[in-house]
Design a protein around this ligand. Structure first.
Ligand code: 13P
Ligand code: SF4
Length: 304
């Protein structure tokens, strides 16, 4: 059996020797978040990928996140420690299907949630994340917006914008299975708690929430708020930082089923193997990368 302390030392040592940086999403396993140099939401991680001085980015997240880093930082080596860690929602739209849909709405701008493949990004005008979706859509000149692939985020944006949003039939299985009845039960059990929800949740869940945030938005709000109890309607992994950064506050899961298996695919051993064996290198064909980068760059230029 591998000694955990030794594994951690080996990871740190290799990271220094290879001039690597470890980026981790807020849903990753606690031990991965703890060893990462930066933990954040999709927007924060994309910004970090641009700003890094390291030669190697080890991305502890899912495939589209590592791909975004490779798009934004083509001169760095981007590693995804578990090649099968993918986002099921990102697979719900293909570039071919999007091209066909674009024909139907020639006047619409195409906004794609970053939870999408590089191919889909390359067919889009601009990307967005859960942290800036409303601002991105409102920044557009077009009045009509084809929004892919998350129908729940599209619906949230539509309710917070005057634009006509044409949604795609995609969703996050982890957030979509959270039901209004889960929030009702949690509120009954914790009547004083404030409900914080992620915009990938269904409309009826969001309507019951006190606040809607990206994962980092939730972390910032929980820290600054004078409230001491929160019901959290997003993937469970975020509880790690919420509890660590706010030991005096109480956090309750809205649903015990809110676990994304893809975000749990990397552990310390997988991470060590990744650094040792330089696996798995994520690359994007140059013609796709250049077009996808335009959509990401436009997003990063939008003021929040
Ligand atoms: P963020 O709110 O952290 O960007 O996360 C959304 C998500 O589901 C990532 O897979
Ligand atoms: Fe995809 Fe949902 Fe998992 Fe995020 S939580 S990676 S959106 S399946």
């Amino acid at each position: 059996m591998q000694d955990i302390k030794k594994t951690i030392e080996q990871i740190k040592d290799l990271k220094t020797r290879k001039n690597a940086v470890i980026l981790a999403h807020n849903y990753e396993r606690g031990e991965i978040q703890d060893i990462a140099d930066f933990t954040g939401d999709s927007l924060g991680l994309s910004q970090q990928a641009v700003d890094q001085a390291a030669d190697i980015i080890v991305f502890c997240g899912v495939h589209f996140m590592a791909e975004s880093a490779a798009i934004l930082s083509p001169h760095k080596t981007v590693l995804l420690p578990e090649i099968h860690a993918g986002c099921p929602m990102a697979s719900m739209v293909t570039a071919e299907a999007l091209k066909a849909e674009k024909q139907k709405y020639p006047d619409a701008a195409v906004v794609c949630y970053v939870n999408s493949t590089a191919d889909v990004k390359s067919e889009s005008d601009i990307c967005c994340t859960s942290a800036n979706a409303v601002e991105v859509v409102n920044s557009l000149e077009e009045e009509e917006v084809l929004f892919v692939p998350d129908k729940n985020l599209a619906d949230y944006v539509a309710r917070n914008s005057t634009k006509r949003i044409i949604p795609w039939e995609g969703y996050c299985p982890t957030h979509n299975q959270m039901l209004a009845s889960d929030i009702i039960s949690a509120k009954q059990a914790h009547p004083e708690a404030e409900v914080l929800a992620h915009p990938e949740c269904r409309r009826d869940v969001l309507e019951m929430a006190d606040r809607v945030f990206s994962t980092t938005g939730m972390l910032n709000y929980a820290k600054e708020s004078s409230k001491t109890e929160f019901i959290i309607a997003t993937e469970k992994g975020i509880l790690h930082r919420l509890e660590k950064e706010n030991p005096e506050k109480r956090f309750y899961y809205a649903s015990e089923f809110a676990v994304c298996p893809e975000m749990k695919a990397i552990d310390l051993v997988t991470l060590l193997n990744s650094l040792e064996q330089m696996q798995y290198v994520i690359t994007v064909p140059e013609d796709i990368r250049v077009k996808a980068k335009l959509a990401l760059d436009r997003m990063l230029a939008v003021k929040r």
